[in-house]
Design a protein around this ligand. Structure first.
Ligand code: GRG
Length: 298
């Protein structure tokens, strides 16, 4: 049985090689923005989202080459969100994936443009991917734009992250934290899994299992992120820690406390593993990945 960290390492090696080729240099001063895009997208992420796309697609026998455009475009969009999240006007961070953030390595204007470039290129790349049938491409573009956008997607989640405050009512606060997480982190992870279901032409029942799995791992992922912010090793996590407390962020951990949050994450992952097991042996890696989400140290 291969360890999931080894599986992810080998997936990332192949994925990074292919992703690099999506960013040819161009003549002229505008190459600066392409260098900044490449710097951010190629600087060593875990590649969880592309892996989820490919692994969910493989449940239905869809090969890596066919799933790659959906995986690559999602990672481009994810990288845009990290560049913009790190900007002084947002989270104001100097460190990402253990390296200087895009605006530190280049400058703020270039980082804004690199984020814009990655967001736009994600859709251009996906729209031009002839390996995927046109009706599937359209379905993926619809799902991805909705997952990333301001109407219940990541942009809405980031807005809550910046502006939501505790209300004093336990029920209302719990609802705000859950919505915030579902939109900010959950929607892209859900898209990763759903994209696999779209490519695999999953039945409504199969898709429903995949969506439920994705929502549970998404919530557990965010709780783990909050726990790592509190008690992780900065050298491993690769970004500035203890920011949630210093910025009074509204998180599962600040709300429930660290141990109850950890227990909640474990419960979610156990449920996700039980659900995805409906796909039998083919889901072995997705089961391992779910466990990795709460066991990871970065
Ligand atoms: C700027 C519109 C906009 C959105 C930003 C992604 C995001 C929303 C904020 C990043 C801050 C954060 C901690 C988000 C929640 C968890 C998350 C998305 C972490 C980063 O994802 P990983 O751990 O990163 O998969 P790597 O570097 O491995 O790709």
């Amino acid at each position: 049985m291969t360890d999931i960290t080894e599986i992810l390492r080998s997936f990332s090696a192949q994925f990074n090689q292919n992703l690099q080729l999506c960013f040819p240099s161009v003549d002229g001063a505008e190459n600066r923005v392409i260098e900044a895009m490449k710097y951010s997208v190629m600087n060593g992420g875990k590649r969880l989202r592309p892996y989820l796309v490919c692994e969910c697609a493989s449940l239905f026998g869809v090969d890596y080459q066919t799933a790659f455009p959906a995986a690559a475009s999602l990672e481009m969009l994810h990288s845009y969100s990290l560049i913009h999240d790190d900007l002084p006007a947002m989270d104001n961070d100097d460190l990402r994936r253990g390296k200087p953030t895009c605006h530190k390595q280049f400058d703020e204007a270039t980082a804004i443009l690199a984020g814009d470039g990655l967001l736009t290129y994600a859709f251009e790349y996906l729209a031009n991917s002839l390996e995927i049938k046109p009706e599937m491409r359209l379905a993926l573009i619809q799902l991805l734009s909705s997952a990333a956008g301001a109407f219940g997607g990541m942009v809405a989640g980031q807005t809550l992250d910046l502006y939501a405050a505790p209300t004093g009512s336990k029920t209302a606060d719990e609802a705000i934290i859950t919505r915030l997480e579902e939109m900010k982190t959950g929607r892209l992870l859900r898209y990763a899994c759903e994209a696999g279901a779209v490519l695999g032409q999953a039945s409504p029942q199969e898709r429903q299992i995949i969506v439920s799995y994705s929502r549970k791992i998404g919530q557990a992922f965010q709780i783990t992120d909050d726990i790592l912010d509190r008690e992780g090793d900065q050298n491993l996590v690769g970004k500035t820690l203890h920011k949630d407390d210093s910025q009074n962020k509204f998180t599962f951990v600040s709300y429930y406390g660290i141990e109850p949050a950890r227990q909640k994450a474990i419960q979610l992952i156990n449920e996700a593993i039980a659900e995805i097991s409906a796909f039998g042996e083919k889901s072995a890696n997705l089961q391992k990945l779910a466990q990795y989400i709460i066991d990871r140290n970065h």
